[in-house]
Design a protein around this ligand. Sequence first.
Ligand code: PHB
Length: 393
Amino acid sequence: MLVDRRHLLAGTGAAALTAPFGRFAIAQGAPIKVGLLLPYSGTYAALGEAITRAAELYVKQAGGTLGGRAISFTRLDDESEPTKATDLTNKLVYGEKVDVLIGTVHSGVAMAMAKIAAEAGVPTLIPNAGADVITRAGCAPNVFRTSFGNGQVSYATGKAMIAAGIKEAVTLTWQYAAGEEDVAGFKEAFLEGGGKVLKEIYLPFPDVEFQSALAEIASLKPQAVFSFFAGGGAAKFIKDFAGAKLNEKIALWGPGFLTDGVEKAVGAAGNGVKTVLHYADDLDNPQNKAFRAAFEAAYKTSADVYAVQGWDTMAVLDIGLKAVKGDVSKRADLNAAMAKAAFDSPRGPFKLSASRNPVQNFYLRELKDGANRLVGVAVKDLADSTKGCRALT
Ligand code: PHB
């Protein structure tokens, strides 16, 4: 675990300037404290890093201030470890007293975090974790998601698989909220379209011993495999799938997390993997081109979906902070402004549903020679269900 307060991007000067006007003015000039609860170690470490980099880049490009105030980031490594989530969230919310909370990647960690955030009322933005409950029955007026719902992305994937003529599939994923909800969303679309699921196979998170599952898949001989894996686990899975030569006979599909950020690592072993996601590297829009160029220039590495989500998280926060002129004590106004956020993202048009989850396009992509190629739009303007959300405002 690591607490890092070096990420003060600007503004001590602003505090000094306002000093003659008394304590209130000093408070107004002080940086806004943004807590980042993200994985910086473990299988999702690269995801947390990409989100952080894009968030920092956003503030830098804005000149170091949002809503007229400097932003200071406080990072905490959640290790994608749900048992540590409550303590770590409390540390940021009640210990560090952050003004805004951003987190996280892992659904299990996010569920514990969101519960505390809802109780504390701290404006909170989720830059990845798709746990359905957060924007369904467990929704809260101060909790926003700028990424996707697990059931949303996997529903779109199931739709695309049916459209591609897939009739039979085996599912293979990690057994935790994200994997389970991905299978549920996939099945909803796939069964609706007349598809048949031969078997659901689960591995404990973050297990990467795929051999016995691959042997079972080889004997079941499905037309396709639907898999949710991400980060380091996804890279190993794609390589093992090809190593067992299953890629010669069985189509490998999944939500785009399977191939985002690991394209180079898997190389030719990933050729032909088809995925559906709310982003594609080669989306032809000016925001995407500018974002990718800036990210590449800043970090000498390519942006991926996680970076886009980090960027859009700050775009939503920026809209809220502008509306309250940086006064984060006006939480109701800040939340109301963020709920109305609508803008052109690198992913395409971005807006939020009534339960504060993105309504967005989902794209079909195919991995080829180290790059996810955009094939087309799989589902346009897809909103996730707001089922059970009683805090609809
Ligand atoms: C999740 O736990 O919700 C999750 C993690 C990694 C991903 C996507 C979803 O890439």
